[in-house]
Design a protein around this ligand. Sequence first.
Ligand code: NDP
Ligand code: HEM
Length: 498
Amino acid sequence: MKEEGKRELSDQPPNTTTDAGIPVPSDEHSLTTGPAGPVLLQDAYLIEKLAHFVRERVPDRVYHVKGGGAFGYFEVTADVTQWTKAAFLNQVGKRTPMLARISSVAGEEGYPDTDRDVRGFALKFYTEEGNYDMVGNNTPVFFVRDPMKFPDFIHSQERMPDSGLRSNNMQWDFWTLSPESAHQVTVLMSDRGTPRTWRNMNGYSSDTYMWENAAGEKFWVKYHFKTEQGIENMTDAEARAMRAEDLDYHRRDLREAIARNDHPSWRLEMQIMPYEDAADYRFNPFDITKVWPHEDYPTIPIGRMVLDRNPENFFAQIVQAGFDVANFVPGIGPSPDRMVLGRMFAYGDSQRYRTGPNYAQLPVNRPFNEVHNYNKDGPMRYDHTGNRPVYAPNSYGGPKADPQRYRDPSWFVEAAEIMRTAYVAHKDDNDFIQPGTLYRQVMSPTDRDHLVGNIVWHLSQGVERFIQERAINDYWSKVDPDLGTRVAHDLGLVASVR
Ligand code: NDP
Ligand code: HEM
């Protein structure tokens, strides 16, 4: 591995060529009519160079823009065949190559890595039955539980349409009018909202998925990737100071750790719920704003992910990497979690927009196994089927789908009217129970002090008085009366639960 920023020296560089491979005479001087004359249109190399330059960007991801990543492997450490027939998980010791992209959510490409934010945790497993993408976050829950609210949520975290400025007022307006966000905002406002490095945080599927074994038995599952480096966070003050010192602190840290062979690793632990439990579990298990308490569903260690290879080309391997929630492999599928179902549309759509309909042919996105289907042509396609049939059914040996072996993962729903409505509430479904437990039973006194300080600072940055009051009375006091009182006190207000 070369040291960062160092390049190999060479006294025999090749001659520059055009993109067509034709040697060119100069990378310094445009073709002109004499030293003072006009630049000539016939300078095809200059025109190619400028025209290519202005097309260097592809559209950003709509959010999760600033990130970094690395390649590595996943190794199975426990027999999970009783729960899933996924081929890449079918043997203890089996290794699958993978890619991880870790990102922050709201900021653009130049944004400081240590801003208070959720971190994305997107994984691509290059399995023998196609690419499996697990696109999670470093938090076990999320801000909203219905995809209909997702664009509004993201808009509230971005920039104001008139000024182009970030706005805490907009963020708290949305959050306090969306009580289901209270659990995630409690995590975000804790020191877990400012992880020390990407290596020092966990990754969670957050969403609930389905596993299915070879006998067709189904289970509901949540993924927990537990950092083997240990959880470490920055205080708000440390994170703010780092924003001034190094914008790329997290991206740099991951790259440098791998370059010095200090390969970060995560233990995969699963929560596994029998299919039948979902109906009357005390929390709706498909509501992404809730966790499954460990005492009900303890985590089961099943594997280990190690990142051991840095990208050689950041644009080709990290910017153009496309993770798609709809990329399940046999043995893994979606669940009635509405966010999963909404997400299954959005990611492929984004990649078709960002890199085009043939994005899956880019080396970073293509599976290691062979692709056989009837898609053809389109921009930048270079896999061609020759004289093989381009339609199904056909008589000429084109690929055939096997409905018996590869049935869609499924579940049963009761006959019901088609409607727009909330999830059916389970016994303990309340937006404030779990964040309250986190505050009272999980956080240490220091964690609680930091939480209060972080909330107060965040609420003091341009948030209107009536929204501050709503944050205290309709939000934090409902998470915990003591928390509401402390936030109110430090803001110079008085709490009263409404
Ligand atoms: P447990 O006491 O069994 O689990 C609490 C978990 O919280 C820990 O295992 C740890 O999970 C995580 N944690 C520890 N310290 C902090 C912190 N300062 N900030 C945020 N998370 C922390 O209780 P329950 O399973 O009953 O959960 C209680 C609450 O803990 C939940 O309401 C939720 O807010 C939070 N939590 C629960 C998780 C779950 O899947 N059950 C996962 C993470 C948080 P980890 O090892 O994943 O870091
Ligand atoms: C990226 C949509 C919810 C985690 C993206 C992208 C889209 C999107 C369009 C860009 C994809 C690309 O161009 O490659 C949505 C929608 C959601 C949703 C519509 C809700 C319905 C979530 C949730 C999580 C999540 C709940 C975490 C559990 C991520 C991550 C990325 C991402 C980590 C970055 C992936 C990468 O590194 O390339 N999302 N998202 N999203 N999303 Fe979501």
